[in-house]
Every structure is written in C-alpha cells, then in structure tokens.
Design a protein. Structure first.
Ligand code: NA
Ligand code: NA
Lengths: 316, 426, 164
C-alpha cells in the first residue's frame, strides 16, 4: 500500500491539548487508512509563523497547517469576518454562523487552493489590565498592546478611542514586566499558557472578538489522494477539530476560574456600557469592510445573527 | 552523486577558503534537494530576517559601536574604567564581563553582543595590557552568561515550551549566572597578575576628571539600562536611541568624527560587517530548517536514548547532545525542538524542569563557542578581523572554565533551586 | 582585467551609497518612532515593519561589498600553507563555487517571489511584498557578479599577471 505522509505545522506547542487532539486525529487517520496515511507534525511554530507555513505549503515542503485568522485571511480574506470586533456574544452564535456559512467559506478556500479539514477556534479574546477600568472610557488611558499587523484589533481599539502600542508577540511579557504596557488582549487560555496573566489584575468580561482558527490542507495535494483517503481525512478532521473547539471553550472557562482563584478581578460591564462596546463594534466593522470582507457578507452575517437572537429570545 | 563524496567535496572547498555562507547554503540546498524540496525553501527561511524585530538592533548597535570605536571615546572610557576599577586586580576584565552579560540578557543572543560591543570593549582590555588572546576569548565567551539573567528571551521561550513559571526561571538563573561570572572573574584576576596588568592607585581627582571628560558618553549606559529596566522602552528602542545619541555626541559635541568625511565611511564599514553576518545568518536559518524538517535532532536523540539508565548518564549525555545542538542550530529553534524531547525523560529521572532549563541554556551557550562550527566563533572572527583558528585558540580556556561551571550547575541542583524555594517564587 | 576591476569598483561604490542612505533612514526613522511612542504616545504604524525590511536590504548590499573586498568569513586552514600561485588558483575555484551557489540562490529567490506574487502577499497594506523581496535575487546576482570578478583577478594572479 502506498504511504501518504501529510506534513503539518502549527504554532500550538507540544503538550497542549491542541497537539493532543491533533495526535488523536493522526491516530484515527492511520488506523482507518490501514496505515496508508499519516501525519508528520511540526508543533511550536518551528516551521515559522503562519505566512511562512503557507509559503511552505505552496512549494510542497508542507501539505497542511493549523491557522488562526491571520493565516486564514491570507488564504481567503472574507473568512476574517469571523474575527470581526464585538460581533459574537456567545458560542451558540458562533456555531450558528459556522453552520450557515461554512459552505461559502469552503468555496473561498478551495478557490485559493486549500481544503478545510475543520474549524478550531482560539476563542473569545478579552482585554486584561493592571489598572481598573470602571467604564469603557477608562480604556483610552491604557498603555495597551496591539499585535503589529493585526488590523482587526487595530480597528477595535481605534473605535474605542485607544492608541495602542504595536509590538511583536515575544516582547509582550517583558514589556508588561517593565511597565511599557499595562494592558493586553488574548484568549484566557492563551493568557494562562503564555503566563501573561501573571502581569494582570483585571479582565474585562465583554470579549472584543472571537478568534477563529481552522486546519486546512493543500488542495493540490488533496486532489492526488485516493477518494477513500480524502474522505478519511475530512470526516475525521470535522470530528476531531470540533472536539478541539469544545475543549478550547472549556479550557478558556477553566482559565477564567483559575484567574479568579489567583485574585484577578473580572470586571462586569454595566448594561448601559454594553452599548458603548456594541457601537464600537459597528464602527470597527465598518472600517474593516472592503479590505477584509464585503459589505454584503457583513450584512448577511449580521442579519443571520439578528434572526438567531430573536429566535433565542422567543424560545426562552 | 554519492552523499559522502559530496560532503567531502564541500568540506574541502570550505577548508580551501570558500566563504562560510556559501558552504552552509550548499549543505541546505543539497539537503533540501535530496529530500525533494524546492530550493526556494532556503529563501523562505532567509526572508525571515525581514521578520525578526530583534535583528533591527544589529545594524543600529553595530553602527553606534563603530562610531564609538572610531572616535576618541575608547580612550575616554578606558581612562574612566581605569580610574574607577583600575586599582582592583582584574578590574577592567570584570567590567567587560558585566557589560557583555548584561547586553546579552536583553538581546537574547550572545552573537549580537560580540558584534555590537566587541569593537568597544576589546580595545579597552588591550590598552590595559591584557594579553590579546585572553581579551578576544573573554569577549567571545562572556556574552553567553547573560542568557541566564532576566529578561533573557531564551529563558522566556524555555518557560513557555516547558510550561514552567518564567519568574521561577529568572530566579533560578541568578546563582548559576553568578557562578559563571565568578569563575571568569577569578580567571581575569589571575591573568591580570600573570600578565602584570598595571594597577593604578585610586585617586578621586582622576576619577573626577575622567568623569568630566566622558560626561556625554556616560548617559549611554543609563539610557540603555535604566530605560529598559525602568520600562521606558524595549531593547530595540534602546538601539535606536543609542545610535542617534552617539551620532549627535561624536559628530556635534566631541567633534571626533566629521559629518561628511568620517560618517559615510563608518556607516559603510559597519554595514559591510552586518552584511557578512546576515549572509551567514540567513543561510543558517535555511540549514536549521532542513534539520528540523528531517527531524535530525529527534533521530540524534533516538540514537543516544537507549544508553540512558540513570540520572547521571542522562545529564552527561544531555550535556554532549545539547552542545552539538548548540553548534548546529540557532537558540530559539533548538529550544522549540529539543525541550519537548528531553522533558519527559528528565521528569522520569526526577530532574526539576526549572533546573533543566538552566542546564539547557548553559549547554547551548557552550555549543555556540564550540569548534569547529560554533557560530559565535565566526562572528568573533569577523568582528575582530582574526582568523577563525586564532579565535578558537583564545576561546579554549574559556570553554574549559564554562564546562567546569556547567558541571557545578548540572550536578548541584540546589544552586538553581535553592533561591526559588527560599523566595517562594510562584 | 582593468575593465572588470573598474566595474567592480563602480558597483561597490553605488552599493555603498545606497547602503549609507538606507542606514541613515533607519537611524532617523527608528529614533523618530521612539520619540513618537514615548513622548506623544503615538507611533508610525508601518515604521517597525519597514525597519525590518531595511535590515534585509542592508544585509544584501553589505554582503555584496564584503565580497568585492574579500571580507566574507572563511576558514583558510589549508590555503595559508600553499605556495602563492596554487593559493590563487584554489581561491579562484572557491570564488567560482561561491558565485555558482549565489546563482542557484538567485534562481530560488525568483521562484519565491513568483509564488508570493501568486498569493498576493503584501509587506505593508497596499504595497506588494515583492517591492521588498526583490533585493533577494538582485542581491544574490550582485554577489555572484563580485565573486566572478574576484575569481578572474585570482586567475590572473595565478597565471602570474597582476596582483590579487
Ligand atoms: Na516576529
Ligand atoms: Na547565540
């Protein structure tokens, strides 16, 4: 039997549940293919950042990768709608949009040479700070980090009248330590793993966005596979990365519980202030329209969410 | 072609003086082509130069270093260091050691220290009658020590990969770092006696006039050290300020350098050095990626794994293994690839992951000094314009001393862990 | 030979001036960025990214000049024990070898740029990546050119004509 090796890269480190589930996926693929197919996994970003991994897939050095919005946006910019500021308010809303729009996104991926194996979101991204922010207005006083080249956070912060400091990822912890920064944004689980939480006293409860993620494989490579292997790859991908998404959601919740135990205060946003964030979201999404996603797509996603929220209210 | 024949041919070309970067590139290209990967894989890696924030510090610090070296600043700083610590045996060598260690703690790369500071501190030592071989060795070796002090990026990365508290690691690195400083200081004192380095009596008025003479250069360490630890700016910002400040001071205040006669020449000279370094660094990224792609460290580790039957053999094999890895790969790739390999085995033998981190970094740093292919040897050879062979000769003693320190660090876990426990760092 | 040397000198003079211009921009831009960030709590969004790409350009131009001045790092463990003419001949061979390697790398960088063009990557919003990436093939071609000229000089020296 012919041996197919899928070389796969991710920034998720060895030992994380991301990698554990990736290995489970690999095991399932090996078993079901009767040993004809396997993954060779490069974790921890050893193959470079997401754009480098995409370049390596393009020349066939790698075949597959796990990406966040940054990499997915390189493949199909419209997918970044999933990262839009203040768009989602619950996991159910995210799942709803994925259910309705996945077909459309898959087409966008395929048009650019990639096949979707499964969504694997990073999760809701929160603002963490050293100083208490009583109202959204207090945010503008923060020395807030922004990941350079992250236009989505840029737009969100701009619409909240913040002037964040662009720095690379590896400078964040040191800069929090020295006081160059006093606030940052990331998912709770990432804040725990990256140990950034050790430099935070508060977490704002309203998430600024839901960070998307997905695992894709090169279409050129995928097309060379026998039909049954294609099926094994996709079917198991859907199953295991759904499991990963659910695990991430649980881990994010656990991380918040852990923060509370360690004395980090979760700032509850008052009903009236929620409107400030929602308005900021509307204006930030408007800024991003055109360069990322079309006005049409934004409108359809927002309409779907409206309807979903109505039905939820009606149901309860 | 037979693989061994190809390797022999490449090595021969290297020995007959082919530029090192062309040799490294050949290995990377040959490796990728034999695994059926397009040659542009090397370029994808090389292009990561344009992606590294830390690398921006190299041209800026190198330019500043060249300006200082070409001005009368070394004389002024030597006079100051002499007045300040000249009465102590080994005083200046201690100052050099401290400055280099500190600098590496911020840049996270001892190679950068050699390039950026080498031109300033080497003349300081030589003018004070320290033997040249000792001086070259000291500067080449002392950058390594900084890796154990905060806010060293490699320590942070190790903490993330091994899921160990970074704060604990910083505390744990302090005493081993001091042991390394201590051993090299004692050696510096010894050399100052054997080489009869003149000692000058401490005189307040001389110190005062030296301070006044170098008044404009003195704020530099304050800007760099105070600025970064004080939270005003990052290491890269410090490089930007240093380059700009030194330019203003040397051209317009001291007028040691002429704006049109000297500065273009100094710029060109310093950037030719940067170019020679980046050529090597760029293709070395390609070669590292080939090793990662083929899982070479993993295979290497599989080879030795079966011989591990006790904590002692584990640590011994680990030492050897890591020194080889340090020779071949850049420090960040080495951490990402190797830590997950050895962590489970270390746990099995009851070795504390915090302790392991300190062992790990000390080993890697020795790797960068180890002939025949330790990267820092080549950087020093470039910076000091000395044949690699001479650099190797001057570094041997320091490798031996660092191995002694490594043995202590490895086999006395309390050296790393005692302070962590005593302070109760979380 | 004279023509070749003149070409070499002219090339490295131009490379030198571009290098000086780039470093000047780098020193100024990085300093302005620090002042903006720390005094005015603002920052030029594209400055840091541009600075990193300048590093790449400086690297290639510096390496090109290093070639014409024989300042690349190399191990001369064997060469130094050889008689002059043999040493020059060996040196010609190693220079040609380096030129060939640079040629292969130049070709590989064209593939790299071609792929990046296809994926439409940008290095700053609205500015295609190849604006910066072009220095890679150009740089390697410059290096190869300098190496070939150096090799010719060595050949002449080995043949007993001219000095190298
Ligand atoms: Na980066
Ligand atoms: Na290093």
């Amino acid at each position: 039997a012919q041996q197919y090796t899928v070389k796969f890269a991710t920034v998720a480190p060895e030992g994380s549940s991301w990698m554990k589930i990736m290995r489970e996926y690999d095991d399932a693929v090996r078993k079901e293919s009767g040993g004809r197919m396997r993954f060779k996994v490069y974790p921890g970003g050893v193959q470079g950042k997401e754009q480098d991994v995409l370049r390596k897939i393009a020349i066939g050095q790698l075949q597959s990768g796990g990406f966040t919005g940054v990499g997915l946006g390189e493949i199909a910019p419209s997918v970044r709608i999933l990262d839009a500021p203040f768009l989602f308010r619950s996991h159910d809303e995210v799942d709803r949009i994925l259910t309705v729009f996945t077909g459309e996104f898959e087409k966008a991926y395929e048009a650019n040479g990639y096949v979707l194996l499964g969504w694997a979101e990073v999760g809701f991204v929160h603002v963490f700070t050293n100083v208490e922010v009583k109202t959204p207005n207090d945010l503008s006083k923060l020395k807030m980090w922004t990941w350079e080249g992250d236009p989505i956070a840029g737009a969100a912060f701009k619409s909240l009248n913040m002037r964040p400091i662009p720095l690379t990822l590896e400078n964040v912890l040191t800069s929090l330590q020295t006081g160059l920064l006093d606030a940052f944004y990331t998912s709770p689980y990432a804040a725990l793993v990256l140990q950034w939480y050790t430099k935070a006293k508060y977490m704002v409860d309203v998430p600024i966005a839901n960070a998307a993620g997905a695992v894709v494989v090169s279409k050129k490579y995928f097309d060379t596979l026998p039909k049954d292997l294609q099926d094994i790859l996709v079917r198991n991908g859907r199953t295991y990365f759904r499991k990963l998404t659910e695990t991430s959601r649980r881990e994010n919740e656990d991380a918040v519980a852990e923060f509370k135990r360690r004395g980090i205060t979760v700032i509850r946003t008052k009903e009236g202030d929620l409107k400030v964030y929602q308005d900021a979201g509307v204006s930030a999404r408007k800024q991003l329209t055109g360069s990322m996603f079309t006005a049409d797509l934004l409108q359809r996603v927002e309409r779907e969410l409206e309807q979903f929220r109505m039905s939820q209210k009606g149901g309860s | 072609m037979n693989a061994w024949l190809a390797v022999i041919l490449i090595v021969l070309l290297a020995l007959f003086g082919a530029p090192l970067f062309s040799i490294i590139a050949t290995f990377a290209l040959y490796g990728f082509s034999s695994s059926g990967t397009d040659a542009s894989a090397v370029i994808i890696e090389l292009y990561r130069i344009a992606d590294s924030a830390a690398l921006v510090a190299i041209p800026l610090f190198t330019f500043a270093g060249y300006m200082l070296a070409e001005s009368k600043s070394p004389q002024r700083l030597v006079a100051l260091a002499r007045a300040l610590v000249g009465s102590f045996p080994g005083g200046i060598s201690f100052v050099v050691l401290g400055v280099c260690a500190f600098f590496t703690a911020f840049t996270g790369a001892s190679g950068v220290t050699i390039v950026a500071l080498g031109g300033i501190v080497l003349p300081m030592l030589v003018q004070q009658k320290y033997p040249e071989r000792f001086s070259v060795g000291l500067v080449t070796a002392s950058g390594s020590i900084g890796l154990l002090f905060p806010p060293s990026l490699p320590i942070i990365l190790y903490g993330l990969i091994a899921s160990v508290s970074i704060d604990q690691l910083f505390v744990a690195g302090a005493l081993p770092g001091l042991v390394l400083v201590g051993i090299l200081t004692v050696y510096g004192i010894r050399v100052s006696y054997t080489a009869k380095v003149p000692r000058v009596p401490f005189v307040w008025s001389e110190l005062w006039s030296a301070i006044r003479a170098s008044a404009w250069e003195l704020p530099l360490p304050v800007i760099i050290i105070g600025g970064i630890y004080g939270g005003a700016f990052t290491a890269i910002e410090a490089a930007a300020i240093t380059a700009f400040y030194v330019f203003i001071v040397e051209v317009f205040v001291y007028r040691d350098l002429h704006l049109t006669r000297d500065i273009p020449r100094v710029m060109r000279e310093s950037m030719v050095l940067v170019g020679a370094i980046l050529a090597i660094l760029g293709v070395a990224l390609g070669l590292t990626n080939y090793l990662i792609d083929e899982e070479v460290p993993q295979h290497l580790f599989e080879l030795v794994k079966d011989h591990i039957d006790s904590p002692i053999t584990f640590l011994l094999i680990l030492n050897g293994f890591l020194i080889i890895v340090g020779m071949m790969m850049d420090i960040f790739s080495a951490i990402i690839v190797v830590v997950p390999l050895i962590l489970p085995i270390a746990r099995e033998f009851g070795i504390d992951p915090v302790h392991l981190g300190i062992i790990f970094l000390t080993n890697l740093e020795i790797g960068y000094l180890t002939p025949p292919v330790g990267l820092n040897l080549f950087l020093a050879s470039l910076r000091f314009e000395k044949p690699v062979f001479e650099v190797v000769r001057s570094v041997v003693v320091f490798i031996a001393l660092e191995l002694v320190a490594l043995a202590v660090i490895t086999y006395v876990p309390d050296l790393s862990l005692w302070l962590v426990r005593a302070l109760g760092t979380q | 030979m004279k023509v070749l040397l003149a070409v070499d000198r002219a090339l490295s003079r131009v490379e030198g001036w571009i290098l000086i211009a780039l470093l000047s921009v780098m020193v100024l831009l990085s300093f302005v960025q620090v002042v903006l960030r720390n005094v005015f709590h603002e920052g030029i969004i594209w400055a840091d990214i541009l600075l990193r790409h300048i590093v790449l350009w400086i690297g290639f131009l510096g390496a090109a000049i290093a070639t014409s001045e024989d300042r690349h790092i190399s191990i001369d463990a064997f060469a130094r024990f050889l008689p002059d003419r043999v040493r020059h001949a060996a040196s010609a061979i190693t220079h040609l070898f380096a030129a060939a390697v640079c040629g292969i790398l130049a070709h590989a960088s064209l593939t790299f740029i071609h792929n990046d063009l296809a994926s439409g990557s940008e290095f700053l919003p609205g500015i295609p990546a190849w604006y910066s990436e072009i220095i890679i093939p150009v740089g390697f071609v410059l290096l190869a050119l300098h190496f070939v000229i150096r090799a010719c000089v060595k050949v002449a020296a080995a043949a007993g004509r001219g000095t190298a």
